[in-house]
Design a protein around this ligand. Structure first.
Ligand code: FES
Length: 129
């Protein structure tokens, strides 16, 4: 049994600027969480809906990412402008917002190789006579 009608996890993980994977915090995740919390409060739903800060949800490349349970619906690329729609349509009325849904995991960005001297090919060996 779930203790809440909807339990929302907003990734607010932060990495240093320039990180190959990026992070939700630098893309506005804290504002997203604050707006969703404010909507819950204004609607008088604090006993039914919980908006939690989450650590990295491992979909950083398409963040900010949020996950809504019990449905297990994930959203990607969320902006502060999307919060009212997510709140009204999904959190309040139970219908996922299709245009923002993340349907499958995204591949992780690879770190670039560390800077250093250019690699040279080894000279071919000359056969011994
Ligand atoms: S930093 Fe948000 S999913 Fe990884």
């Amino acid at each position: 049994m779930s203790l809440y009608k909807r339990h929302v996890f907003v990734c607010v993980n932060e990495r240093p600027e320039g990180s190959p994977r990026g992070c939700c915090a630098l893309e506005g995740a804290r504002e997203i969480r604050a707006r969703l919390k404010q909507s819950v409060k204004e609607a008088g739903l604090k006993d039914e809906v919980r908006i939690n800060a989450a650590g990295c949800l491992d979909q950083c490349e398409v963040g900010p990412v949020i996950a809504v349970y019990p449905e297990g619906i994930w959203y990607q690329g969320v902006t502060a402008a999307d919060c009212d729609e997510i709140f009204e349509v999904h959190i309040r009325n139970g219908r996922p917002v299709e245009r923002l849904q993340l349907h499958q995991r995204v591949p992780k960005a690879k770190a670039s190789p560390a800077p250093g001297p250019p690699q040279t090919e080894a000279a071919p060996e000359t056969p011994a006579e």
